[in-house]
Design a protein around this ligand. Structure first.
Ligand code: ZN
Length: 189
């Protein structure tokens, strides 16, 4: 079974403007600036066998402020520039009461089904508490990147940036999760 690393898009993979304590996600391709420093950590995770899956709440689609076609153009670019295996999107706003909008776990459980993921070995990485909450509900681990949006929910580790998050995951992955076959069983085989 494969494991995945779920990565929040806004603020982690692309830059966002902030107004006070609010992140303002890009509304058109011209405003969509991908963080080049994300490439190496993602490559390391993939090399270690993880699927890299982007998750994103984009309520501006439901609000009519972000045309779906424009969002698709951003995500086409994201796929070309960064080594990612999939993008999971919630286009709804809070009043739609969907279960894919994080902190709902819908995007995570959908991915678990689609890619047959081992959620116990999977991780979510974000600068926002909503991802840690969704990860907890979906039964996977979570790491938060220090930001004003960390909240106070359960998370498994706290780091300063995506590179450190990848490093942590690779440490966790190291020998701890490898199933060792008892010697007696090997001799019988
Ligand atoms: Zn949704």
């Amino acid at each position: 079974m494969k494991a995945a690393v779920f990565i929040e898009r806004d603020g982690v993979l692309n830059q966002v403007r902030t107004a006070g304590r609010t992140q303002i996600p890009p509304l058109c391709l011209e405003e969509f600036h991908i963080r080049e420093d994300a490439r190496e950590p993602l490559e390391l995770l993939r090399a270690a066998g993880y699927l890299v899956l982007v998750t994103t709440n984009q309520p501006n689609v439901a609000r009519g402020l972000l045309p779906r076609r424009e969002l698709d153009r951003m995500h086409d670019l994201l796929r070309r520039v960064l080594p990612i295996d999939g993008i999971l999107l919630c286009p709804h706003e809070e009043s739609d009461r969907c279960n894919c909008r994080k902190p709902g776990a819908g995007l995570f459980t959908e991915a678990a089904f689609r890619w047959h993921l081992d959620m116990e070995r999977s991780f979510a990485i974000s600068d926002k508490w909503q991802d840690a909450s969704a990860a907890f509900v979906a039964g996977c681990n979570s790491g938060l990147i220090r930001s004003p949006w960390n909240g106070s929910v359960h998370h498994d580790f706290l780091v300063n940036n995506l590179a450190q998050a990848a490093e942590k995951i690779l440490q966790f992955n190291h020998p701890v999760n490898h199933v060792s076959v008892p010697l007696a069983q090997l001799e019988m085989a």
